[in-house]
Design a protein around this ligand. Structure first.
Ligand SMILES: NC(=O)c1ccc[n+]([C@@H]2O[C@H](COP(=O)([O-])OP(=O)(O)OC[C@H]3O[C@@H](n4cnc5c(N)ncnc54)[C@H](OP(=O)(O)O)[C@@H]3O)[C@@H](O)[C@H]2O)c1
Length: 324
């Protein structure tokens, strides 16, 4: 029997449960949600508690996606859940599955134990479109399926963003910084691959639009910065060259060399116990010819329009805004 007191609190508290707030995207989401008047209750792993987190959100809940009790405390009385935590680097399929698949199922289970269940938004990845390409992609696809299976009575939505960039990013930013310094390392023939991009603040804007609308339940949405047909690496390099008003040297890394480096990195990670970013799976993701997405369905459903084109996003990301 639903507890009417919990029901009432859920409808009036404007508490939002957020995972991943200590990371790149989740940190931006936390700040934006607080600025929009939400009380953000965010999950933090004990090992990630840092003085800089003080005051960032209304409440921190110490826990882990592998700890059901902490997830129950996180979602209790929340109006919505934004699930942004995820494993983006790792050495084994098992590790990716534990976080990106079983972790989603556990959080969705915690949500369904409340009445009414909070709305649930999962930040998945465009990689889930190609689940056979890498352990990460497979785990994200399985996480989406776990959400749909577990949260049957819940109003759930999945976002599949492409590569997200912005200040604080740890994946794309190192590469963009090198291009900003005048050297672009591109594996294989860069012109043969097209991809969409999304500036992190626009992703935060999409989350706000999702919270304001109610016509997205049970759907999976791709998001991007509205650049039809996406980009090639050549487009990104040319844009940065224009912004720095100097040419960029393009260095083509043969695929065999890149593949050997990723295999060595994976072996070193397994021996030394760190979570590797550059792995054979990540290289297959990088080499995939088509990561172009279509955000029309989400824009139609919610009225969301991305605001930040590539030039502006790069200026902000590289910290060049004040210098231009
Ligand atoms: N960055 C992109 O380009 C991109 C593109 C598409 C989709 N995504 C998705 O967006 C999400 C966030 O990505 P990001 O780039 O912001 O990654 P990130 O900076 O590495 O942040 C990952 C977050 O997940 C948390 N986390 C990892 N394992 C956890 C666990 N077992 N329990 C609780 N929290 C855990 C991390 O906590 P700690 O601080 O404790 O490690 C951190 O807060 C991920 O789900 C990713 O798949 C990212």
């Amino acid at each position: 029997m639903p507890d009417p007191a919990v029901h009432r609190e859920a409808l009036t508290s404007r508490v939002i449960a957020l995972t991943g707030a200590t990371g790149f995207i989740g940190g931006v989401l936390a700040q934006r949600l607080e600025a929009e008047g939400w009380q953000v209750r965010a999950l933090v792993r004990l090992s990630s508690v840092k003085p800089r987190l003080a005051g960032m959100v209304t409440q921190w809940v110490i826990g882990d996606l592998e700890d059901m009790d902490s997830l129950r405390r996180l979602v209790c009385g929340a109006e919505a859940i934004v699930h942004c935590a995820g494993a983006v680097r790792g050495a084994s399929q098992d590790y990716f599955n534990r976080v990106n698949n079983a972790g989603v199922a556990r959080l969705a289970q915690a949500a369904t134990e409340h009445y009414p269940p909070p709305r649930f938004l999962m930040i998945s990845s465009l990689a889930a479109r190609e689940p056979d390409i890498s352990p990460y992609a497979a785990s994200k696809r399985q996480g989406e399926a776990a959400l749909a299976a577990t949260a049957k009575e819940t109003d759930w939505t999945v976002f599949r963003p492409p590569a997200v960039y912005g200040p604080g990013d740890r994946e794309l930013l190192p590469l963009l910084r090198w291009i900003g310094r005048g050297i672009a390392l591109v594996p294989g023939a860069g012109h043969a691959r097209r991809f969409s991009l999304l500036y992190v603040e626009d992703l935060a804007g999409a989350v706000i639009k999702w919270l304001e609308s109610d016509g997205c339940g049970g759907d999976i949405f791709e998001l991007h910065d509205d650049r039809s047909g996406g980009y090639t690496w050549g487009d990104v390099i040319k844009t940065i060259a224009l912004l720095r008003a100097r040419p960029v040297l393009r260095v083509r890394v043969p695929v065999t060399v890149a593949a050997t480096l990723t295999r060595l990195n994976l072996m070193a990670a397994k021996t030394m116990g760190y979570a590797p970013m550059l792995t054979p799976g990540k290289l297959r993701e990088l080499m995939h010819p088509d990561w172009v997405c279509d955000n029309t369905p989400f824009s139609k459903a919610t009225g969301w329009k991305p605001q930040i084109p590539l030039e502006e996003g790069l200026l902000r990301t590289l910290g060049w805004h004040d210098e231009s």
